[in-house]
Design a protein around this ligand. Structure first.
Ligand code: FE2
Length: 252
């Protein structure tokens, strides 16, 4: 199975030129690889996108199964619950071949199980001692705009969902998260360097708890390919806001 892994597309519908460039890149990847599935680990759209994300992705990827997670950008200026409700209400698998794991928990293709969600962060990734998550780096971190947002509480809910949806023994498990499930997938982390934004990268310990073969993430815009962490092969696609766009083809 060929799985085209993408992340952090940051599609701003109003920015026609940027979209055109990205659409062209995606079309060239589909022609080059003919993937069996596409995985996108969050920050696909901004929260005020004004389009149906399922319809957009179905068209963009020509009906190939698209498995996604939400990212923190999908939540800005909204409550977490209202965003989840919007995506749940719009989910129409019979019409659009697009599946958000945050909504359905897992999605199976043959013997491969995709499971995961946005994940969020619980403070374990902080490199500044006693940094308080709710300060959102003195208001400099975007997620301060998420309404009534308690990161550690929402992170706990995500972890609960992940643990419930782990693969069976006969399945190949792909843990798909926007924020990262291990320190080594952050890409910004440097021993001894204290950076306020590290705290908002993810959690340090999830791969020790979860049964999976692969872990795919995004969010930090730092590329990490094939690193083995706690027996799990890890990929952070590392796409950024502007070209050169990054992707990874996972072949199982
Ligand atoms: Fe993000």
């Amino acid at each position: 199975m060929k799985i085209l892994c993408l992340s952090d597309l940051h599609r701003v519908i109003a920015d026609v030129l940027a979209l055109k460039e990205q659409n062209h890149w995606i079309a060239s990847l589909l022609s080059k690889y003919s993937p069996d599935a596409v995985l996108i680990t969050g920050d696909i759209f901004e929260s005020d996108l004004g389009v149906n994300p399922y319809e957009e992705l179905h068209k963009l990827f020509r009906g190939i199964p698209v498995i996604c997670t939400l990212g923190n950008h999908e939540f800005v200026y909204m409550t977490v619950d209202s965003v989840l409700k919007n995506y749940k209400d719009q989910y129409k698998p019979e019409k659009y071949n697009v599946h958000y794991l945050d909504i359905i928990g897992h999605y199976d293709i043959d013997t491969v199980r995709f499971f995961g969600n946005v994940l969020w962060y619980d403070g374990t990734m902080r490199t500044i001692q006693n940094q308080v998550l709710a300060d959102f780096a003195d208001g400099r971190w975007l997620d301060r705009t998420i309404v009534d947002f308690n990161p550690a509480k929402e992170c706990g809910k995500c972890i609960e969902q992940i643990l419930k949806n782990q693969p069976e023994d006969w399945q190949t498990g792909i843990l798909c998260t926007h924020c990262v499930p291990a320190v080594e997938m952050n890409g910004h982390f440097r021993e001894g360097l204290r950076q306020p934004f590290d705290a908002f990268s993810g959690v340090t310990w999830l791969l020790k708890k979860v049964k999976c073969d692969y872990a795919i993430s995004g969010h930090t815009h730092r590329r990490i390919i094939g690193k083995m962490i706690d027996g799990v092969k890890c990929i952070n696609v590392g796409n950024d806001y502007c070209p050169p766009f990054q992707h990874y083809l996972l072949e199982i």
